[in-house]
Design a binder for this molecule. Structure first.
Ligand code: PLP
Length: 387
């Protein structure tokens, strides 16, 4: 049973600069769903017909701050996260000795809210992100929100920021749930307090290439993950070390880095921010999940879609030499969708791949997007409708 320590009166008193729609506030397990106009400030910023005043044609994957974020906390004494609150998006206060700052005890998720042509707002498989956070939290000795709490928080944050969801076909609202060890701790150990927070930003293309094919460089010096490490979870501490290889690859004109396994540097693992697939004939292969690769929600979905479309899909160790002989290569991820790879450089060898309109990746991308946009029936229960 979810604990509700939240008091509406206290919240409103302590939030003089915050104007929240009553329909998003919950008190003592009661749900205050009301269609009545909330505060004037809210209706000014968030009438259902309104869009935020930005140029939707120029957004990329940079941060565009939105109106609200969702916050809830728990401590070692509590038995789970309490009911959270929507607050104005803004800075959070942390002790310098917070576990997340000192020992990297933190996780994040990434998912998208999409506005369809008929105005419907949908999420794609949010239960998968909730589950991945739960698995990551166990590895990082953190309490995690339940799947219901996680999805509810994402829904509330999405609807509170509705005006920031791009018009159909112009991107999506990227939702960033975070689980942070916020309590102070000096000696190495789990933090005494935790925060679960969700914020949002409208986004379009992840890579500056847009939907143009990616150029990848096989990383020779640095590893992303090690056996027994945390490569298989979405901990913040996986990403800092990936910056140097990424910046170096970009400075040489590549879009991203392709990592190999850290033991033999022989098998393909993944890209900094997406999973990797190769196509040879009617067979699509992707590295198997064995603790060093992030189990992508898009990866899992594309495997199912590809099998439904009649491709033979193999999850297995993929030697880099075999990747270099593939017909096609593509990356998958929430942020990138299904991104064709135009070329890969391994040592001094550069291999080009097929990326035309009849490519397998284009076919998979259009099916994946058609499910998200409601153009084909969602037979798998992947779509969660919000409005
Ligand atoms: C390292 C890494 N691999 C793969 C992915 C793709 O995962 P998903 O499809 O769940 O977005 C991501 C995306 O966040 C990632 O950071």
């Amino acid at each position: 049973m979810m604990k509700t320590s939240f008091s509406l009166r206290k919240f409103i008193q302590s939030s003089s600069n915050i104007s929240l729609p009553l329909k998003f506030l919950k008190l003592e397990s009661q749900h205050f769903y009301t269609s009545q106009a909330a505060s004037p400030a809210y209706s000014q910023v968030c009438s259902d017909d309104d869009y935020a005043d930005i140029d939707w044609d120029t957004i990329g994957f940079g941060l565009t701050p939105t109106d609200y974020m969702y916050v809830t906390k728990t401590s070692q004494q509590d038995d789970g996260f309490t009911e959270g609150q929507l607050k104005r998006y803004g800075n959070i206060e942390l002790s310098p000795s917070a576990g997340v700052l000192n020992y990297g005890q933190g996780l994040f998720e990434g998912m998208k809210a999409i506005r369809r042509e008929d105005g419907q707002i949908v999420l794609f498989r949010p239960d998968e992100n909730a589950l991945r956070m739960k698995v990551g939290a166990e590895r990082m000795c953190m309490p995690s929100p339940t799947t219901t709490q996680f999805i509810d928080a994402v829904k509330q944050t999405t609807l509170a920021n509705k005006r920031w969801i791009p018009p159909p076909g112009k991107g999506s609202l990227y939702m960033r749930p975070m689980l942070l060890g916020t309590g102070p701790i000096l000696g190495l150990g789990p933090a005494p307090e935790y925060m679960f927070l969700v914020y949002a930003s409208p986004v379009r293309n992840y890579f500056k290439e847009g939907s143009a094919p990616l150029s990848l460089n096989v990383e020779q010096e640095f590893d992303r993950a090690s056996r027994g490490g945390t490569g298989g979870i979405k901990t913040i501490s996986n990403y800092g070390p990936a910056l140097r290889p990424l910046v170096r690859a970009k400075s040489k004109g590549f879009s991203d880095v392709l990592y190999l396994d850290s033991v033999d540097r022989k098998y393909v693992e993944e890209v900094s921010s997406c999973n990797i697939f190769m196509v040879k004939g009617n067979t699509i292969s992707t590295p198997s999940i064995k603790g060093t690769i992030l189990p992508g929600v898009t990866r899992k979905s594309i495997i199912e879609i590809a099998r439904d479309l009649g491709y033979n899909v193999e999850e297995r160790p993929v030697p880099v030499e075999e990747l270099l002989e593939a017909d096609e290569v593509f990356g998958t991820g929430t942020a990138v969708g299904v991104a064709p790879v135009g070329n890969i450089t391994h040592h001094s060898r550069r291999v080009e791949y097929r990326t035309d309109d009849n490519s397998v990746s284009k076919r998979l991308l259009s099916t994946y997007m058609a499910i998200q946009n409601g153009l084909v029936e969602d037979k798998k229960g992947w779509i969660v409708e919000l409005s």
